[in-house]
Write a protein that binds this ligand. Structure first.
Ligand code: UDP
Length: 456
């Protein structure tokens, strides 16, 4: 009881999207275990309903009056612009209320890099603030380089011929211009405005990143030099503290289906929580998977196929192509699936969480990024860590079949699997006592303990 009374509170501000809520809740759990009280401040969008065992956490709603439909209709970049503008003032009120109500001190505000409105409120109340990056360190650095090149008018325009896009970015090898985190959903100008804001440290005292130095040492050093504030790589956080974080109901029947399959025989196909496919892309994927002769577990999220509710309205051929060796669910317990011995490969859009979860289980990947940081991650999986096959260009059945066979059948895939397993061991070591991420977390926590001593 004594210890509980002495707990300092941290206010956490996640982006309202699955890929950001999960790592923020894992961070919340981790810091709670380290002795902090937790307040999660979220908007009505994708509201994360706390599970029963998080009664220790306080959840508050940041008031705003954006239409419910904005999240779906605007696309992520325009939505984030609007949300940041809208919450600038209301979060100050919200934080002011919290300061009045709290019996114990608020030690700091930790905000997702894309919720940069939170900094102004923390500054107003003289509270330390910390940026939490839920993307990779390389993606963070990339946004910074990208933004600088854009400001200097030195960015190879994205409508240039393909050869120029293939060129390596000076001082940022091995990334090519075409790996830069652009988005299908927004203009270059509005992407740049968001990026300018996410790479601006403002008054932040440090940056926490959901990564580890064995994956991204050089990008971490680069960031440390550029930002000139402590950078704490504390991940992969899903390996530090498991927390239920899913916004959608997980269909666990796929685990029963996997139990009947032999080791490394199944390719798991899942494109995260936001990516959208055209009907013809779904049909080409189904056909390629069918001709690969491998078993596949495929997550098709309702609403993830443009102009189609789910799979009911797809051409009849679809069910013929998937019925023999495929199993389709609307949402899977992804971490459990990746940990299953039957899963030998992961066809992914390469969101950062999916990337970390796959490496964390030693599963090699087929990389088909859609937008944003996914291309940076795909490039690293294929060309740096060498545990992924990147599918570039249009998605046709031949490309799908070739990629699946490269990964699931034969020597090349076997070598990638061995490298993935060895990387998994390194990730595990980094979060164990004495490992680099473990030490980084201790340093971060101790920093706030030192602040306490100075104030007392
Ligand atoms: N996920 C899941 N079940 C699914 C598909 C995805 O639990 O069927 C989770 C996945 O484990 C990951 C998150 O959703 O933690 C997706 O985050 P990621 O960064 O990979 O991609 P995003 O959704 O942000 O594009």
């Amino acid at each position: 009881m004594e210890e509980k009374r002495a707990r300092k509170r941290l206010v956490l501000v996640p982006v309202p999207a699955q890929g950001h809520i999960s790592p923020m809740m894992q961070l919340a759990k981790t810091l709670h275990l380290k002795g902090f009280s937790i307040t999660v401040a979220q908007t009505k969008f994708n509201y994360f309903n706390p599970p029963d065992d998080s009664t220790d956490f306080q959840f508050v709603t940041i008031p705003e009056s954006l239409p419910e439909s904005d999240f779906k209709n605007l696309g992520p970049i325009r939505f984030l612009h609007k949300l940041n503008k809208e919450c600038q003032v209301s979060f100050k009120d919200c934080l002011g209320q919290l300061l009045i109500q709290q019996s114990h001190e608020i030690a700091c505000v930790i905000y997702d890099e894309f919720m940069y409105f939170a900094e102004a409120a923390a500054k107003e109340f003289n509270l330390p603030n910390v940026i939490f990056s839920t993307t990779s360190a390389t993606a963070f650095a990339c946004r910074s380089v990208f933004e600088k090149l854009y400001a200097e008018n030195a960015l190879v325009p994205f409508n240039e011929p393909k050869e120029e896009q293939n060129e390596l970015v000076p001082e940022f090898h091995p990334l090519r211009y075409k790996d830069f985190p652009v988005s299908r959903w927004a203009s270059l100008e509005s992407i740049m405005e968001i990026y300018r804001n996410t790479v601006d440290k403002r008054t932040a005292s440090s940056v926490i990143i959901n990564t580890t130095s064995c994956l991204e040492n050089s990008s971490l050093l680069w960031l440390q030099q550029r930002l000139e504030i402590p950078v704490y790589p504390v991940g992969p956080l899903h390996m530090v503290a498991s927390a239920p974080t899913s916004l959608l109901e997980e269909n666990k029947s796929c685990i029963e289906w996997l139990n009947k399959r032999s080791q490394n025989s199944v390719i798991f196909v899942s494109l995260g929580s936001l990516a959208l496919m055209e009907i013809n892309e779904v049909m080409e994927t189904a056909s390629g998977l069918d001709s690969s002769n491998q078993h596949f577990l495929w997550v098709i999220r309702p609403g993830s196929i443009r102009e189609s509710e789910w799979i009911e309205s797809l051409p009849e051929e679809f069910s013929q192509m998937v019925s023999d060796r495929g199993y389709i669910v609307k949402w899977a317990p992804q971490k459990e699936v990746l940990a299953h011995p039957a899963v030998g490969g992961f066809w992914s859009h390469c969101g950062w969480n999916s990337t970390l979860e796959s490496i964390g289980e030693g599963v090699p990947m087929i990389c088909k990024p859609f937008s944003g940081d996914q291309k940076v991650n795909a490039s690293y999986l294929d060309r740096v860590w060498k545990i992924g096959v990147q599918v570039e260009g249009d998605l046709d059945r031949g490309a799908v079949e070739r990629a699946v066979k490269r990964l699931m059948v034969g020597e090349e895939g076997e070598k990638m699997r061995k490298r993935a397993v060895s990387l998994k061991e390194k990730l595990r070591a980094s979060v164990r006592s004495g490992g680099s991420s473990h030490n980084s977390l201790e340093e971060f926590v101790n920093f706030f303990k030192t602040v306490k001593q100075i104030r007392n």
